[in-house]
Design a protein around this ligand. Sequence first.
Ligand SMILES: Cc1cc2nc3c(=O)[nH]c(=O)nc-3n(C[C@H](O)[C@H](O)[C@H](O)COP(=O)(O)O)c2cc1C
Ligand SMILES: [Fe+2]
Ligand SMILES: [Fe+2]
Length: 409
Amino acid sequence: MNAKQLSPGIWHLAANISKDNLFEGLWPIPHGVSLNSYIVEGADIALIDLVREWEDAPKQLETQLKELGLEFNRIKYLILNHLEPDHTGWLANFKKRNPHIEIVTTKKGADLVREFYFIEDNIRVVKTGDKIDLGDGKTLEFYEVPNVHWPETMVTYEPASGTLFSCDAFGSYGSLTEKSCDCELSEKEHEFYEFESLRYYANIVASFSTFVERAIKALSDLEIKTICPSHGIVWTDRPQDIVERYARYASYYKGPCEPEITLIWGSMYDNTAYATDAVRDVLLESGITFHEYRVPEQDISHILAHAWKSQGLILGMPTYEYHMFPPMAHVIDMMGRKHVKGRKVFWYGSFGWSGGAEKELNSLIEQHKLGWDITGKADFRGRPTEEDIEKIKQGVRDFIKTVMESAKK
Ligand SMILES: Cc1cc2nc3c(=O)[nH]c(=O)nc-3n(C[C@H](O)[C@H](O)[C@H](O)COP(=O)(O)O)c2cc1C
Ligand SMILES: [Fe+2]
Ligand SMILES: [Fe+2]
């Protein structure tokens, strides 16, 4: 991407990371991800958020700074909204190139600058309401938004242009093309980034949903004309859309969620797979929106995205060594960690002699305080009989009704 002017004196810079990486060393990014930085130029110049030494991200950023004719030593302030290494990994080497730069961050951010990068000097600690006057009509104001995503996180606001530099809040996966503003995207491209923002939210931000709600409320008095997140597209045309979207995602934490079902299943020898065909038939007949994943073949990142918005979860799992099929235990454990709570659940699956999947399901629900309401189940020995299949089908029909009645209207 090239450096792109958003308004007089404000530029968007972005390093694209390719699909061959895992975000947080964990999440697949089949469409890549961008690490966004911003330049605000008054009489003094500030760089907002940095990159990690990841692929050639520092080089991409450096090239874009050069495009703007900006030597490193002309940048006076480095604003670090959030110390996670995706935005700071290059800090020590960047500082060597510009030893006089003043790092601006929260008190907790300053501790992390010392602990992660052994940098002690030229750190300015700011708190909510503090300002830096850059001259020529440009000001930076700081607002702490703890736990969106780490405890030290803040956002930066430039009042003359109404620009909010929101760091991880309002971000998404998906690398950027030259069409990096919401106003430039087609409906199809918006759909692409919408799902990538849901997946990003479910993977990275979901656990901190109450803090997201708090931050949205705390920032509601600002007149925001442009939102500049640290990942994904910039919102110049309809910034309220991404705020409303994040508020909706955060609301799934307490529920109710969308009238949708995520069906997750696994099978060793196709007995549970055979029952899944019946489950799918009923879902298709009903017309309800559903999302189907087989484990371990399909990845947890996508499963979490759809589970996060679905009021109903259907789990298909055979018994394995007196417990549930292990990949399903992994999925439920991850849903626990990411607070996919308060859902309606139906489960089914095959066992050989004793069963055991149910016991583990109950203990995982308890362990993670998931508060799931198991409204029905259908387990069966070996290959499901016609009677078993009928029971499963009726169970799913009843479950769909329960989901529709309890979901967001
Ligand atoms: C490695 C392995 C471990 C199993 N452990 C149990 C068990 O502890 N209790 C039980 O009732 N059945 C157990 N079974 C039997 C399966 O639950 C049974 O074969 C079931 O039909 C498999 O469903 P699937 O065809 O959907 O994989 C086990 C099967 C395998 C292959
Ligand atoms: Fe982060
Ligand atoms: Fe980030």
